[in-house]
Design a protein around this ligand. Structure first.
Ligand SMILES: Cc1cc2nc3c(=O)[nH]c(=O)nc-3n(C[C@H](O)[C@H](O)[C@H](O)COP(=O)(O)O)c2cc1C
Length: 352
């Protein structure tokens, strides 16, 4: 059993009936130990976009002492989830790198697996539904806690032009701002739309979209959610173009891998799902490396952009390593699903 998001149930069940597997524990209010964009936070730690599919699950995360939580990515119109299953256990000891022999075994034998795959296709309800629910999630944050709203644009919006794609991001940001969210994150790294066309690898378009979104939302902090960049020059260019526009970067999303079941057949059913995103312990190295590179760029450029470290954080030591590498805040999706008390453990370390 995993906490917050139950992989054995559909996305719709998790949304309607979740959270599952969450202990009846209420973490006490704790004085702030950090600040994010002027918001005092008890600990600079929480759950990134993903496991928290709705307000009830966000409320459970806040109750358990995860202090900076992201409501799973929404769109400007309803969008169906990929076929079940959407999360599988990935059996890999050690790191997932470009040298890792493919394919990887992925199935529902959760056992002690420390890495998982997620393949949702960024489902969304209609804004009429998610706006009211996200507003409830915003209200569930207590003193020293912060709800971040995640959104993305949809390719093929309107007349299918680039202008319409930009406008769809702006509309999504406006809809999120209307919920009262005090910070938002734009997902540029959705791996299920094909790694070759991840938006974060198109710096000119990101710059245009980020500028248009900031014109819309004004002072509300905007974070760009990035994938792992192989190419240093590409990362440097993206940062050079956008660090004067946006307020933060969150890195990383998942790393792609080809997944098969024990018979060697494609693990996740359906076209375009041969390769899927892997998260958890196997990608820790990549999240840490990206924060080290982003922190070095920040220092070199004299910028004060906020860095959120994500990827393979399963323990307090993983949190500390990312903080020491320069992350202003740290988030854990897989780790929170494996250990719903991780927030309280990190709080204890943050208070020392
Ligand atoms: C169940 C699940 C759903 C996810 N959905 C999203 C999403 O909607 N938007 C997004 O930006 N990232 C999504 N992610 C990626 C996480 O935010 C995070 O970047 C990734 O899981 C790496 O962190 P981890 O190793 O702690 O799991 C999802 C992750 C999981 C486990």
């Amino acid at each position: 059993m995993h906490a917050f998001y139950d992989p054995t149930r559909t996305y719709e069940e998790n949304l309607a009936e979740g959270p599952f597997g969450v202990p009846e524990v209420t973490a006490p209010t704790m004085p702030a130990t950090a600040e994010l964009w002027g918001n005092p936070v008890s600990s600079p730690f929480g759950i990134p976009a993903g496991p928290l599919v709705g307000s009830a699950t966000c409320a459970a995360a806040f109750r358990l002492g995860f202090d900076v939580n992201v409501y799973k990515t929404v769109r400007t119109r309803a969008h169906r989830a990929h076929r079940f299953p959407n999360t599988l256990a990935v059996h890999l000891d050690g790191d997932l790198t470009s040298d890792t022999p493919m394919p990887l075994l992925a199935d529902d034998a959760w056992g002690t697996a420390r890495s998982i795959s997620n393949s949702f296709g960024v489902p969304s309800s209609d804004p009429d539904v998610w706006q009211a629910d996200m507003a409830r999630a915003v209200a569930a944050a207590g003193d020293g806690q912060l709800l971040v709203g995640s959104f993305q644009g949809t390719t093929g919006s309107g007349d299918g032009s680039v202008d319409a794609y930009v406008a769809d991001h702006v509309l999504a940001a406006r809809l999120v701002a209307e919920t009262g969210a005090r910070a938002m994150e734009m997902n540029l790294s959705c791996p299920n739309e094909g790694t070759s066309n991840l938006l974060c690898f198109d710096p000119e378009l990101v710059t245009r979209i980020a500028g248009a979104v900031k014109d819309q939302i004004g002072d509300t902090p905007l974070v760009l959610k990035l994938a792992y960049f192989q190419d240093d020059a590409a990362l440097e260019r993206l940062v050079a173009l956008t660090d004067g526009i946006v307020d933060g970067y969150a890195a990383i999303n998942t790393l792609p891998a080809r997944l098969v079941d024990a018979s060697g057949a494609q693990a996740l059913p359906g076209e375009g799902r041969e390769v899927s995103g892997v998260c958890g312990g196997a990608i820790r190295w990549a999240g840490l490396e990206m924060i080290e590179r982003l922190a070095a760029l920040r220092e070199r450029r004299g910028s004060d952009v906020t860095l959120i470290g994500v990827g393979g954080v399963l323990t307090v030591a993983d949190f500390t390593a990312l903080r020491e590498a320069g992350a202003d805040a740290v988030m854990s999706a897989t780790g929170a699903m494996l250990d719903p008390l991780l927030g309280q453990k990190v709080r204890a370390a943050a208070a020392r």
